[in-house]
Ligand binder design. Structure first.
Ligand SMILES: Nc1ncnc2c1ncn2[C@@H]1O[C@H](COP(=O)(O)OP(=O)(O)OP(=O)(O)O)[C@@H](O)[C@H]1O
Length: 251
């Protein structure tokens, strides 16, 4: 019997090296089931590398992690998680409908279930009128919407969303968040990276990441309070400076 873990994600000194370069450095992270956790940090902080390890795409160099209670890397976990990469994860030379059919089949959904899920998801991403359009003819934001729909087709328990709302217009970004909240209500856990600070405020907790490790972590309002700043950008800079000073002190 699978043990019911309270944590959807738990990493222990997780590290990824590319040659001499350390992209993720001794990271300890816990994300509770049903939580929306935002990872924020500058380009190159190691966010995508972390997500790729948690999705069993990359092997850790050292350290370990559990995802939905399973030690990763684990090929079986893939059917329980959804990963929306930064670059569109859909086939440009297929229609929206064909992409959804393909992902539905990959996850072994039967025909009726695929049809039902397609109706729901096309409504959600407001692409019903574009169902039979080739994805290559869609705008950047629309491609992102197709990618999100494909990520959700098999109703994953845990979602990894790497900058899911880049290029998506403000109105639709709001509706994406409505849907994320609906998913959370159903117990789905979401790990999301974003550079939109207004969006980050929607997360239950935020982890600020720099040089492959977490420099601060808490609910958005708590981070503002602790840093004495009004914006998350400014709060990040405060924690970043503390971390740089700490590192200098260690040298
Ligand atoms: N396959 C690889 N080989 C060598 N270096 C890599 C590889 N993948 C990532 N890196 C490096 O690891 C670092 C972290 O990259 P990563 O993509 O995880 O950052 P990120 O926080 O997701 O950045 P962004 O916000 O730009 O997406 C970067 O310096 C990147 O160049």
């Amino acid at each position: 019997m699978t043990k019911d873990y309270e944590q959807a994600i738990e990493t222990m000194e997780l590290t990824k090296r590319f040659g001499n370069f350390i992209a993720v450095n001794n990271l300890d992270l816990k994300v509770k089931k049903g939580e929306i956790y935002g990872l924020l940090g500058p380009n190159g902080a190691g966010k995508t590398t972390l997500i790729k390890m948690l999705c069993s795409i990359l092997n850790p160099s050292t350290g370990s992690a559990r995802v939905l209670g399973e030690q990763i890397p684990d090929g079986n976990i893939v059917s329980r998680i959804g990963y929306m990469p930064q670059e569109t994860g859909v086939y440009l030379d297929l229609t929206v409908d064909q992409n959804l059919n393909f992902y539905g089949r990959v996850f072994n959904l039967d025909k009726n279930e695929i049809e039902k899920r397609k109706d729901e998801l096309l409504k959600f991403v407001a692409l019903g009128d574009w169902k039979h359009e080739m994805v290559e003819n869609l705008s950047g934001g629309m491609k992102h919407r197709v990618s999100l729909a494909c990520t959700l087709i098999h109703q994953p328990e845990l979602l990894f969303l790497d900058e899911p709302t880049v290029g998506v217009d403000p109105e639709l970004r709001v509706s994406f968040w409505d849907y994320f909240y609906q998913l959370r209500q159903k117990g789905v856990t979401i790990l999301i990276t974003t550079h939109y600070m207004d969006e980050a405020r929607n997360c239950d907790r935020i982890g600020f990441m720099q040089h492959g490790h977490l420099i601060a972590e808490d609910a958005p309002l708590k981070l503002l309070e602790e840093s004495g700043k009004d914006s998350l950008e400014d709060a990040f800079l405060v924690f970043s400076r503390h971390d740089e000073n700490r590192m200098r002190g260690l040298k």
